[in-house]
Design a protein around this ligand. Structure first.
Ligand code: URP
Ligand code: ZN
Ligand code: ZN
Length: 490
């Protein structure tokens, strides 16, 4: 529904477009409109002839206003979301970081941070330690606070990292609550060793970051997390899949029928590490993120994995620092705050890289940037769809227009952009969030306080069949034990 009612519910007058989901060219809508609907006063009509009308993007992975590595991300809930809206993303899911391991305190802090939101958002929560209180708090988060996913960091030794015992406890707890377990999969102990190796070799620059945590450490942790999730029999979501090594673990697990979701991020799909070599500190430092941006070849392989269904949806891991903040690591790569931008660029880059090149269809594009995320986090069809009753988060993308990325004109507060200078085909010309036009003619009308918190219910489709599989497993265990017991008794 592309008509705009200034203050009323956008979806109040139904228009039959369900059958056109997920992609409709507005031209067909216009003819539907003229045949079956009256247009009243005060209604704005946007002509989208020859363009695509699709659900607003949903970014499953962002870090806004996050305290991290001795500083705080430069984008808060307003500036990050402004960037998002200008790039056709109308909802994101951010990671709540507990305060000294306390989930409730972390949640309350993020509720405060998010009050300036200009668009809808949801929360995942990170689990950084384990005790009875954390376990109890996870229940509160799922039952009362609208959180249905928890992220476990297998890296960042000494701060966020947790070991396998906690990972197992966390997976079990997630399963009992119907919440989705997520992992940052890198072997943190080995990364620590890799960093020592770099320091011993005198490699202190940003290139040391990538060299200290090679793909095999991501592959190892991904495989381990997948196997442990399989052992617990609970679904697993692997965030920021950055390497062939990790992707192949996801592929293998999915082929065997295990419920594993793999999320590549835009930086991993379209960038490579050549920028780290032979460049000055600032040029290289802005690309420092974890897992690192990989050698040429990984990105293409991840794109292929997306197009053949091995990986399911695209996030950004938007976690921005300006060049002053990146300079915290001028003498030592271990102190460079990890993270890159992407909220504003994701839709354009995925379109240009994957749709224009013919790797995926327009329908696939909608699924990977919006619908699949809504399904996984159990907010479909409120989000991720253009249907009567869904939220009016809608974009118009002109396939014949072009974009150019520039840190002078982007909407993030950072003074740098890892996609600086990139040009491509396809441009989001209009963004409608919550029924209001917030981006049109390159003009942004983001209003702080307008965004709503979207509560997410537990038990998504990935939990179907889990109980049955558990019952089968238990009976398979009991049978030989009963035989053995009888044998001993005889
Ligand atoms: O470098 C990154 N990815 N920074 C954000 C934190 C995380 O690990 O997702
Ligand atoms: Zn991470
Ligand atoms: Zn992240």
């Amino acid at each position: 529904d592309f008509r705009r009612y200034p203050e009323s519910n956008f979806c109040s007058t139904p228009i039959k477009i369900g059958s056109l989901f997920p992609i409709v060219v507005l031209l067909s809508l216009l003819s539907t409109l003229s045949e079956s609907n009256q247009v009243g006063d005060g209604v704005t009509i946007i002509d989208a002839t020859g363009k695509y009308v699709m659900p607003g993007g949903i970014d499953p992975h962002t870090h806004l206003a996050m305290e991290f590595m001795g500083t705080e991300t430069i984008d808060d809930f307003f500036s990050g979301q402004a960037a998002a809206l200008a790039g056709g993303t109308t909802m994101h899911i951010d990671f709540v970081i507990p305060v000294n391991g306390n989930l409730t305190a972390g949640f309350e802090a993020y509720v405060e941070k998010a009050k300036i939101s200009a668009m809808d958002y949801g929360f995942h929560m990170a689990i950084t330690k384990w005790d009875e209180a954390v376990s109890k708090d996870m229940e509160v988060m799922v039952k009362d606070k609208g959180i249905n996913s928890f992220k476990f960091f297998m890296a960042y030794k000494g701060s966020l990292m947790i070991n396998d015992d906690l990972l197992l406890e966390g997976f079990k707890k997630c399963k009992s609550l119907g919440a989705l377990a997520m992992v940052h999969a890198e072997n943190g102990d080995a990364v620590f060793e890799g960093q020592k190796r770099m320091i011993e070799l005198g490699i202190m620059g940003p290139e040391g970051h990538a060299l200290s945590r090679p793909p095999q450490l991501e592959g190892e942790a991904t495989g381990r997390a997948i196997r442990l999730a399989g052992f617990v029999n609970t679904p697993l979501y692997v965030v920021h899949v950055m390497s062939i090594d990790a992707m192949e673990e996801v592929a293998k697990a999915r082929k065997s029928g295990q419920k594993v979701i793999g999320e590549p991020v835009v930086s991993g799909l379209v960038l490579d590490d050549t920028v780290l070599w032979d460049s000055d500190f600032q040029t290289a430092a802005k690309f420092v993120m974890s897992p690192p941006i990989r050698a040429p070849g990984h990105g293409k392989a991840l794109q292929a994995a997306l197009s053949n269904g091995v990986l399911q949806l695209v996030g950004t891991d938007h976690c921005t620092f300006n060049s002053t903040q990146k300079s915290l690591g001028i003498d030592d790569f271990r102190k460079i705050p990890n993270g890159v931008n992407g909220l504003e660029e994701r839709m354009h880059l995925v379109w240009d890289t994957m749709v224009v090149s013919g790797q995926i269809s327009v329908t696939d594009f909608v699924r990977m940037t919006s619908t699949e995320c809504a399904r996984i986090f159990n907010i479909y069809p409120r989000k991720g769809a253009i249907l009567v009753g869904s939220d009016a988060d809608i974009i118009i993308l002109n396939p014949n227009s072009s974009f150019e990325i520039c840190s002078k004109s982007h909407h993030s507060r950072s003074d740098t952009n890892v996609y600086e200078g990139r040009k491509g085909k396809g441009k989001v010309e209009v963004t409608i969030a919550g029924g209001r036009v917030v981006w049109e003619n390159d003009e942004l009308k983001a209003v702080p306080g307008r965004g709503k918190y979207v509560k997410m219910r537990p038990f998504n489709y990935l939990f179907d069949g889990i109980e049955k599989a558990d019952a089968e497993y238990l009976s398979s265990l009991r049978a030989p034990v009963i035989r053995r017991t009888m044998h001993v008794a005889a």
